[in-house]
Design a protein around this ligand. Sequence first.
Ligand SMILES: [Zn+2]
Length: 291
Amino acid sequence: MHKIGIDLGGTKIEGILLDEKYNTIQRKRIETHQENGYDSIVKSITSLVSELHGKIAEDVSIGICTPGVINANSGLIKNSNTQCLIGMPLKNDIEQALSHEIVMQNDANCFALAESSLGSAKAYDVVFGVIMGTGVGGGVVINGTLHKGRTNIAGEWGHHTLHPNGNECYCGKQGCVETYISGPALEKRWREITGKKESLQSIVQDFSDEKAKQWKEEFLENFGIGLANVIDILDPDVIVLGGGVSNIPFLYDEGKKAVYDNVFSDSIETPILKNSLGDSAGVFGACLLNI
Ligand SMILES: [Zn+2]
């Protein structure tokens, strides 16, 4: 069967139509316009799906990759950093509008599925896929199958507590991993330490100065403890990193060392790899949800 995958992001919605062999027939990207609210997002998604489906005559499977967590019982979106989706029955509303069944999963699960089937983690059985971007998430794939967990929260290491009285998180807790090592959190911390407003990309160009060293040290420690906790529980065969923060080269040497230093083992060797699908993991993962 042909597959349609939709990746709903904070700034763009991307859609792809694949044939049975995962060849791309059509791909299209539109803007999300969060400011126009929930109904407009639903409308954008359904018209993108209809447009892609219009390219072929036969039926398709439809998978959607969304930010946030989908409550296993109610189907409502919770804990999304695209705030207008919180508490909304997105899956149900899209199915109603399309009169077609869909499968929906969060972006970290789609990322893990895509990288384990088509990307960097292809050679491994137990894969922990990490997204470090606007938020921090994770997904677990075991032998090609997504491990969603009983309550659909497996892999959500971004909301493990790193510092009990630490930074406030939108999820209602304090000190979550996400509030330290997401892109916005890292840029905010840089402003606090140096007084300078800079993008992550420019921050990581130069660590000669003492303040920059302090920022990097804190980042490595938070990254190290956060992922070491994951390894202690899951002990995956590989960890693959995605999202904007995953483009920082030092995560794959110094970052890896910081993780190893905190794992409860003296013979740790878990590979920590960069993704190979880049921005495309979301749409491909969405297509793979139906398998
Ligand atoms: Zn949190």
